[in-house]
Write a protein that binds this ligand. Structure first.
Ligand SMILES: Cc1cc2nc3c(=O)[nH]c(=O)nc-3n(C[C@H](O)[C@H](O)[C@H](O)COP(=O)(O)OP(=O)(O)OC[C@H]3O[C@@H](n4cnc5c(N)ncnc54)[C@H](O)[C@@H]3O)c2cc1C
Length: 445
């Protein structure tokens, strides 16, 4: 690679705030809102035209249940519950999952920021940072006004990939399985009862789509439209610029091919069309950044409890294999795998590992605040899918109902550090958990 030296120049300071959140999915928005409710002045930077991340521009419109696996005890509340109350078009299934319209999600998150006087900068990309001792001094942003800087006392990285964590040189790693991305789209025309996977395998000339599997779901309030996530894009790392571009283009090609096949082999008389393409490919996993605590699958599935728990969750370990196939592992020990060749295997991990056969089956898991605490940068937290988690724990924690809670914890943690004028490493996780509870999060027993 060639290099040039960028000439130094004077640039304006665009804004100053107590806390700057970079990334506007619900993770980032919830971090911003929780901090603002405690009294912080907050600014949020988002590179696209809309809030919501994968739930907005990515079109993924399912948040999982607020209850434990018994369905009788609410273990998640806070802003996830508030937002589900506010949305106009929401359906729930028998497991308590919420289905929403991603366009409504975008406008509701806009409203939430406005109500809390949080400055929202759309079409604004984070582009680097300056150091102030061991902390962050300024960040650079780029938007229609050109290049400028934002000054804050604390920074929250909710970029998914961990762009600030990367520039800070925090140690990163890749899990042995990196879950592949999918480009979702909205399909006009009913595909009910149609085996799209089978049609692709039989009739498509594009090998990239074959031997895969996917899912789809309704979009509340829209007639004859479904959200499709039928395929994956394999072998690309979406935290690399060129591979991200290729993934986007391949994803659109998949959508076009599926609709072409449906028009030929779908229900007669249906007017199959792409109603909307995702405006950002759905990225499941890229890099992870080290913090004081690494979430591990066994502790989650055995329901380990923490005094400073900032997340309660029930979503099972769900690993989309990097080379096709999927594995689920559950609290009760059962697991199922759909292999790349379509064959199925399963069993009981508790029995096979000789672990936990005598222990009660938990109804939810927890994660402590230290998951968010890095070792070296005093005014920084990263929250989102870049979390420090092994392959299995990431498979469970990666869903939005979980990351939403980590966003809320990041906002409260940042505020607590500023309030006490201490580095994030000195913040008492139990105090953060108590502030979260007082602010509407569920009890963490
Ligand atoms: C196809 C697919 C299906 C899924 N299905 C489900 C499901 O059914 N239910 C569920 O709960 N979860 C599901 N997940 C997982 C879940 O959606 C993601 O793990 C989660 O949304 C990640 O959240 P995040 O906040 O870390 O990142 P993201 O949602 O990716 O948000 C990151 C935000 O940061 C912004 N950003 C990034 N870089 C910069 C920058 N340099 N400057 C400014 N802004 C920046 C992005 O534009 C984006 O808005 C799915 C994921 C995929 C990909």
């Amino acid at each position: 690679m060639d290099f040039i030296i960028e000439p130094s120049k004077k640039i304006p300071v665009y804004a100053a705030a107590d806390i700057c959140v970079v990334g506007g999915s619900a993770t980032g928005v919830f971090a911003a809102v929780r901090a603002a409710r405690l009294g912080a002045k907050v600014i949020l930077i988002e590179k696209t035209n809309a809030l919501g991340g994968v739930a907005g521009n990515g079109l993924v419109n399912v948040w999982h249940s607020l209850s434990d696996t018994s369905g009788r005890r609410q273990i998640i509340a806070g802003l996830s519950a508030e937002v589900m109350e506010r949305l106009e078009s929401v359906d729930r299934d028998k497991n308590g999952s919420f289905f929403f319209n991603p366009n409504e999600m975008k406008t509701e998150l806009d409203a939430l920021l406005a109500e809390h006087n949080i400055e929202c900068c759309l079409h604004t990309c984070y582009a680097g940072l300056t150091r102030d001792g061991s902390g962050i001094g300024h960040i650079f942003i780029e938007n229609k006004d050109g290049r400028s800087a934002v000054k804050a006392d604390f920074y929250i990285d909710a970029t998914g990939d961990g762009d600030l964590a990367r520039d800070l040189g925090i140690e990163s790693y890749q899990n042995e399985n990196i879950q592949p991305p999918s480009a979702c789209f909205l399909l006009q025309g009913s595909a009910a009862g149609i085996d799209i996977t089978g049609i692709i395998d039989r009739y498509s000339d594009d090998p990239a789509l074959k031997n895969d599997w996917g899912w789809s779901c309704r979009v509340p309030g829209l007639d004859n439209i479904t959200m499709r996530a039928d395929t994956h894009i394999f072998g690309l790392m979406c935290s690399r610029a060129r591979e991200l571009t290729e993934a986007e283009i391949r994803g659109r090609r998949h959508a076009r091919e599926i609709v072409r096949l449906l028009r030929k082999y779908g229900h007669e008389g249906e007017n199959y069309r792409i109603a909307a393409l995702c405006s950002h490919i759905g990225i499941r996993e890229t890099l992870h950044y080290r913090t004081r605590f690494q979430a591990d699958e066994l502790s989650l599935l055995l329901g380990k409890r923490y005094e400073d728990a900032v997340l309660n969750g029930t979503y099972s370990v769900d690993i989309h294999h990097a080379d096709r196939g999927i594995t689920f592992r559950h609290f009760d020990g059962t697991y199922n795998t759909v292999n790349a060749d379509g064959t199925r295997t399963g069993g009981n991990w508790r029995e096979e590992m000789g672990i936990g056969a005598d222990l009660p089956v938990p109804t939810y898991y927890q994660v402590p605040f230290s998951l968010l605490v890095n070792e070296s940068v005093p005014n920084f937290i990263a929250a989102g899918r870049m979390i420090n988690a092994d392959t299995g724990a990431f498979g469970a924690l990666r869903v939005m109902i979980n990351l939403n809670q980590l966003g809320e914890a990041a906002g409260v943690g940042a505020y607590t550090a500023l309030q006490h004028n201490i580095p994030i490493q000195a913040v008492d996780g139990a105090e953060v958990a108590e502030t979260l509870r007082a602010g509407g999060s569920a009890n963490r027993g």
